[in-house]
Design a binder for this molecule. Structure first.
Ligand code: PMP
Length: 457
C-alpha cells in the first residue's frame, strides 16, 4: 500500500535508472533529511547511507560550512559564465586547486555539471584535437564491458552495460569495448591475477591491431569500475595496459568520477591503481555532491592543440551555460579545502584495513560468491552455488531482496546485477563501518533464509 506521497511520486516523476514496471507497485523510499552518514525518511526512520547517495556525498550531510559558502556566493554573484572573455574568481581558484592536486601534469580544467558531460567532453576533445593535429582518422575510443561513464549519447556509448544501449540505438559509431577486467568472472580456470592481466593487455593489443592503430585515439577507464559492479582490475593490469597504449600512441582517459578525491585512499584513484592518464574526468566528490559540478583536466599538449585550432578556425565551440557555475565552484573549492584541513584522505587510509576486513569476512557467507573492493568501496556478489559460481536467475531478484532487507535494517546499499555495492561517505567512523557490515550481514542472513523458503536453488 503506497502512502499519499509515494502515490504522487510514482504518478508524476519519471524515475531515472529504475524498473518503471515494478516501481509503481513497490513505491519509493522518500528521504527527507540527512545528518552526517545518516539519512531519514518521511517517518523519521534513520538509514546508514552505505552508498554515499550515488557514490558522491563524501563529507556526509549537514556541513553547514558548505551551506554558508553557497549562500555567500549566491548573495554576491549567483551567476556568471566563462564564455567569450568572461570569468570569475570561484572558477579560477577551483581550477588552480585542481591543477595543484592532479596526479599528472595538467594545464587547464574545463568545467561542466555532471560525469556524463565530462565524458562527452572527453570524447569531443579527442575528436577535435585529432582533427587539429592533422590525423582525422584517429578517432575511435575503446572503453570496457561493464564500464560506467554516464548516460548522455556519447558517454552512454562508452558505458559498457546492456541497459544503457538496448533500444537507445547505442553505442554510436567509433566506440569499442574491450574485455572486463573481473578476475572472478572472466579469468580462465587456474589463471592468476597477473596472468589474467597479461592476457587482457595482449587482447587489447590485438584489438588495436585489428582496428588499425592509426584509427584508435583513446582508451577510457575508471581506476576501479563502479556502477558496473565494483570491479577491481587484477594486479599489474594498468601498467601492462598502458604499455600497449603507448606502443600505439593511444591516450589514456581516467574517469575519476567515483575514485577521485580519496575513495581509494589517495587523492586520485589513478595513483592507487598505477595509472598515468593523459586526461581526467572528475565530478561527484568534487563538491561532495552539495551542488552539481564536474571537470575535465587536460595536459599541455591538448591545450596547445586547442589554441592552435582557434588560431585557424576561431571559437572553441564547446561549453555549457553552467560551466564553472560560481556557486557550485565555490562549494567545490571549499569541499577540497575541507578534505585537506580535516585530512580526510588520512582518515580514509586509516579506515581501509578495517573496512576491507569486514567486507572480506562476508565472503564466507553462504549467499556470497565473491567479496571484492578497494579503499572505501566494495561489493559482495550473490551466487546460487558458491563452488560453481552459478548465478541466480535475474527474475529471482536475490540481490534486490538483500537491498530491501538491508533497508528494513536501516541501511542503504545498492544492487547492481548480482552485486551489492557499498560506498559509504568518506567521513564514516570505524563504529559506523561496523554498523554498516552488521546490518548487511543480517540482510544477507535473512535473504539466505528467504532463498531457502522460496526454494530458489
Ligand atoms: N563516470 C563514472 C565513473 C560514474 O560513476 C558516473 C555516475 N555514476 C558517471 C561517469 C556519470 O556521472 P553523472 O551521473 O553525473 O552524469
Amino acid at each position: 500500500m503506497l502512502t499519499n506521497l509515494q502515490a504522487r511520486d510514482v504518478a508524476t516523476v519519471l524515475h531515472p535508472y529504475s524498473n518503471l514496471a515494478t516501481l509503481p507497485r513497490q513505491g519509493t523510499l522518500i528521504l527527507e533529511r540527512g545528518d552526517g552518514v545518516h539519512v531519514y525518511d518521511t517517518d523519521g526512520k534513520p538509514y546508514l547511507e552505505g552508498m554515499a547517495g550515488l557514490w558522491c556525498t563524501a563529507l556526509g550531510h549537514g556541513r553547514q560550512e558548505l551551506v554558508e559558502v553557497a549562500a555567500e556566493q549566491m548573495s554576491k554573484l549567483p551567476f556568471a559564465h566563462l564564455f567569450s572573455g568572461k570569468s570569475h574568481d570561484p572558477a579560477i581558484a577551483l581550477a588552480e586547486k585542481l591543477k595543484e592536486l592532479a596526479p599528472t601534469p595538467i594545464s587547464k580544467v574545463f568545467f561542466c555539471n555532471s560525469g556524463s558531460e565530462a565524458n562527452d567532453t572527453q570524447m569531443k576533445l579527442v575528436w577535435y584535437v585529432n582533427n587539429a593535429l592533422g590525423r582525422p582518422q584517429k578517432k575511435k575510443i575503446i572503453s570496457r564491458i561493464k564500464a560506467y561513464h554516464g548516460v548522455t549519447i556519447a558517454s552512454a556509448s562508452l558505458t559498457g552495460l546492456p541497459n544503457n544501449h538496448i533500444d537507445f540505438d547505442l553505442p554510436i559509431a567509433g566506440v569499442r569495448h574491450a574485455a572486463c577486467p573481473h578476475h572472478y568472472r572472466f579469468a580462465h580456470p587456474g589463471e592468476s591475477e597477473v596472468d589474467f592481466a597479461t592476457r587482457l593487455a595482449a587482447e587489447l593489443d590485438a584489438q588495436i591491431e585489428a582496428e588499425g592503430p592509426d584509427t584508435v585515439a583513446a582508451f577510457i577507464a575508471e581506476p576501479v569500475m563502479g556502477a558496473g559492479g565494483v570491479i577491481v582490475p587484477p594486479e599489474t593490469y594498468y601498467p601492462k595496459i598502458q604499455e600497449v597504449l603507448e606502443k600505439h600512441d593511444v591516450m589514456l582517459i581516467a574517469d575519476e568520477v567515483i575514485c577521485g578525491f580519496g575513495r581509494l585512499g589517495e587523492w586520485f584513484g589513478s595513483t592507487a591503481m598505477e595509472m598515468s592518464p593523459d586526461t581526467i574526468s572528475v565530478a561527484k566528490a568534487l563538491s561532495s555532491a552539495y551542488l552539481p559540478i564536474a571537470g575535465v583536466m587536460i595536459p599541455e599538449w591538448i591545450d596547445e592543440a586547442l589554441i592552435r585550432q582557434s588560431e585557424k578556425i576561431g571559437v572553441f565551440g564547446h561549453g555549457f551555460t553552467y560551466s564553472g557555475h560560481p556557486v557550485a565552484a565555490a562549494v567545490a573549492l571549499r569541499t577540497l579545502e575541507i578534505y585537506e584541513r580535516e585530512n580526510i584522505i588520512g582518515h580514509v587510509r586509516g579506515l581501509i584495513p578495517h573496512f576491507q576486513a569486514r567486507l572480506q569476512a562476508l565472503a564466507d557467507h553462504p549467499l556470497v560468491g565473491e567479496a571484492r573492493g578497494k579503499g572505501l568501496v566494495g561489493a559482495v556478489e550473490v551466487v546460487a552455488d558458491k563452488a560453481t559460481k552459478r548465478a541466480f536467475g535475474p527474475k529471482q531478484g536475490v540481490a534486490p531482496k538483500v537491498v530491501a532487507l538491508a533497508e528494513q535494517e536501516g541501511l542503504i546499499v545498492r544492487a547492481i546485477g548480482d552485486a551489492i555495492a557499498v560506498c559509504p561517505p568518506l567521513v564514516i567512523t570505524e563504529a559506523q563501518v561496523d554498523e554498516l557490515f552488521d546490518k548487511l550481514a543480517r540482510a544477507l542472513d535473512r535473504a539466505e533464509a528467504w532463498a531457502g523458503e522460496e526454494k530458489l536453488r
